[in-house]
Ligand binder design. Structure first.
Ligand SMILES: [Zn+2]
Length: 322
């Protein structure tokens, strides 16, 4: 009897284990890379008392912890958990080596101070022309300016996806994954024309999903009353990680450190908690949506997808790809 119950228990356990493995292997998102932007020698944008690298690290740690609680079967990996120097190349390589299925990069925005100038008077400038006996003295009246700057009032959030003209680079990154990863070997050799097309199709799929997640993140921010610039595209140094990672990728600008009010919010308990929770809600909704589609579920109006950002998302080439 005892033997039977042991067999029954081990059978039940192995069934449970295979169920867990089954549901996990079914998920499209098994590994999520959370990246705290900048770090170490590169502190990123600066506010009046805090830096971008400090804030992104706090957010990334909170987001990582919350994601692990919400998605216990998903591997959550941080690019950094302390104030270390890490180039964008290292971040992208780290994400690719760890075979991430999603790259969530956290940043804080900055806007340049606004320059002002005013003519406060005039002064004569003396200059000479010619040489020797022909040398002549001139005077010219010139305005005197007072110049000063005031902080840029820009505030609010925005989530970036890679620019469509970077698809080629993204396809290169994806091709490298095909070569190194056994599970994707059903995809043709990327050096062949068929393979090149296949990797471009993967890129389009990743792009569509990145826009979808970016839009979900922004609508979660809006629910907390934040001003959202929606889904954006940009070609800049910091955005390079988006094209170099071989997975869907978003870069979240959580607010402007150059706006005093927003710097205070981002540093506050309330701001830390709201921003982290908004990101986590969007990522969890996004994962569930993808998994429900994969398992034959019907895509209904998911709570995470609010119509607010559709205008923005529609401006990106994703609609043309569909
Ligand atoms: Zn940044």
């Amino acid at each position: 009897m005892k033997k039977i119950s042991v067999i029954a228990t081990s059978f039940f356990l192995s069934l449970l284990f295979s169920q867990v493995c089954f549901s996990q292997s079914q998920s499209r998102i098994r590994t999520i890379i959370v990246d705290a932007g900048h770090g170490g020698n590169d502190q990123g944008a600066k506010g009046t008392y805090s830096t971008e690298a400090e804030l992104t690290l706090k957010f990334a740690i909170k987001v990582g912890e919350l994601l692990q609680q919400e998605l216990p079967d998903t591997k959550i990996i941080q690019t950094r958990t302390s104030d270390i120097t890490q180039s964008v190349r290292e971040k992208a390589a780290f994400a690719n080596e760890n075979k991430g299925d999603l790259f969530v990069c956290i940043h804080v925005n900055a806007a340049p101070p606004i320059r002002h100038s005013k003519v406060t008077g005039y002064q004569n400038r003396v200059y000479y022309t010619g040489k020797g006996a022909n040398r002549k003295k001139h005077t010219k009246k010139q305005p005197v300016y007072k110049r000063w700057t005031t902080p840029n009032p820009r505030y609010g959030t925005g989530t970036y996806v890679w620019a469509a003209d970077r698809d080629v680079h993204k396809a290169d990154a994806v091709s490298e994954r095909f070569e190194s990863e056994g599970e994707l070997t059903d995809v043709p050799d990327p050096s062949t024309p068929e393979g090149a097309i296949a990797s471009r199709l993967w890129v389009q799929k990743y792009f569509k999903n990145s826009v979808r997640l970016a839009s979900m993140i922004e609508s979660e921010f809006e629910k907390d009353g934040r001003k959202s610039d929606g889904v954006l595209q940009r070609n800049e140094k910091g955005i390079w990680v988006l094209q170099a990672t071989n997975m869907p990728a978003v870069l979240i600008e959580t607010g402007f450190i150059t706006n005093k009010e927003e710097e205070d919010y981002l540093n506050s308990e309330k701001g830390q908690s709201e921003v982290s929770r908004a990101i986590v809600r969007a990522v969890v909704n996004f994962k569930n949506l993808l998994d429900s589609q994969r398992n034959g579920g019907i895509e209904t109006s998911n709570a995470g997808v609010a119509p607010t950002n559709q205008a923005n998302a529609a401006n990106t080439p994703v609609s043309a790809n569909e």
